[in-house]
Structure formats: structure tokens, C-alpha cells
Design a protein around this ligand. Sequence first.
Ligand SMILES: O=C(O)c1cc(=O)[nH]c(=O)n1[C@@H]1O[C@H](COP(=O)(O)O)[C@@H](O)[C@H]1O
Length: 267
Amino acid sequence: MTASDGFFDRLRARIDSVDSVVSIGLDPDPKRLPEHLRDRDLPRWAFNRRIIDATHEYAACYKPNAAFYEDADGWRALRETIAYAEGKGVPVLLDAKRADIGNTARQYAGLLDHADAITVNPYMGRDSLEPFLSRADRGVFVLCRTSNPGGADFQNLEVAPGKRLFEYVAQRAGEWNERGNVGLVVGATAPEELERVRELVPDLPFLVPGVGAQGGDAEAAVEFGLADGVGLVNSSRGIIFAGEGESFDRAAGQAAKRLKERLNRYR
Ligand SMILES: O=C(O)c1cc(=O)[nH]c(=O)n1[C@@H]1O[C@H](COP(=O)(O)O)[C@@H](O)[C@H]1O
């Protein structure tokens, strides 16, 4: 492994070494943190550290969602969390869903100085993503068909005869993959769409959120989410809030192990 390896080479190495495609979402909702951590200097960091200690051997990556860190202490907690995860050898995918006009996107792309990969929103078009795409050694996961109930509102609209918006996004993202660093976000709650996107772009790895708390289809996530064995199936609340109280971390470790084993049945 060298620093010049692309993100998906590093991810493949990680998947192979832990025999897991589980992405563990680090979304430490302050209201759900165990009582005994709440008086810590940085409760979210204290929580994440224990979660990482308990789960890293099952983690193909960690996916902190930026929404859970958008305040002064949050950014400190996120920085500590990322450094700790990387110290354990686990890639970090920052779920930030960014993009903006080019001049602004260049600033957002600075987030990739701190993480191995990022999620981005394609709605503003190619130039809004170029500052991310140009980071050849970093992964860029483009939102394609999201897992939420409203994911169909726009993404399933026909934008040309027989072509829905998410299908168009998938094809464009395939064209944007000039540096081999593009993946797609496709929710496990939309298995028909997941299958369709896989048909359209056989070579792009997917991040598949929506198993666990959102009740998505784990088998479809694995069957269609992986490209030549590489891809990620994410669970956040279903792992990190699997238990409560003092032994919350042990419950999280067990939940991560169970998800790994369940997904591996379909690999
Ligand atoms: O980009 C994402 O990761 C994402 C896309 C999507 O379509 N659906 C989705 O749930 N996510 C994120 O994946 C995580 C899912 O969390 P749980 O529902 O707790 O497993 C959250 O951080 C979501 O913001």
C-alpha cells in the first residue's frame, strides 16, 4: 500500500483484511449519548472513541455524518474521531453531501484534506463537483437514489422518455469517473432502483445506506452494491445505538459483527 493508491484500492485492501463491507455510521446524536459520557469535555468524541474501539475489527470504513458535528465542539470531536479511526487503519468517508459553484466548491473540497472520501450532491452539475473529482486519491460518492421516503420525489422523475433522473445521474457519474475515484450513493430501501443502477454502471462501487434503522434490503445491498467485490453497506443507529448505559460499546461491537456476518452470507 502506498500513498498514491486510489481510495478504492485502499478500500479493497481494507475489505479484504477485515473480510467486511460494513460502513459504520458515526452519527452521535447528543440526545442519545449514554448519561455517563455527557459531562465529558467532548461527549461525542468520548462516545466515538469507545465505538471505534469496539467495532474497528468489523469496519470497512467509518462514515461520520457532518450534520452531527456542525458546531465548535463538534468539529473538535470530528477531528479527534477521524484521527483515531485512521490510527486504527480504517478509512474515513465524510458524509457531507457538499457541492456549490466552483469557487465555493474548491473550499468545500478542502474537507478531503481530512478524510479519505466524501459524499457529494450532483444537483449543481459537473463543475460543482470538479474540485472533489480532481482529488484522484480521494473517493467521491455521488448521491444517486437516496434512501428517504422523498427520494422518489425528484430522483424518480422521467427526465427523458424512459429515463429517470437517478438513472441519468448514474450514467453521468460514470462519465465523471475519469480518475477511477467515483462511487454512487444508492439506498437499500429502493432495491428495484439499486438493481437498475447496477445494470447501468457495472464498474462503480456503491455506498448503500438504509439497512438497520431504515429497514432496507441487506441482500439487495450486497448483491447490487458491490463492483468486483468493492462497495459499502452502511448502518449508523443500528450499530452505535444498539445498546444503552455503561456497556453500550459492547452492544455496538456485537451489532457490527452481526451485520458483517449477515452481509457476508450474500457476498
Ligand atoms: O449519504 C448517505 O450516507 C445517506 C444517503 C441516503 O440516501 N440515506 C442515508 O440514510 N444516508 C445517511 O446514512 C446514514 C443512515 O443512518 P441510519 O439510518 O441510522 O443507519 C445517515 O448518516 C444518513 O444521513
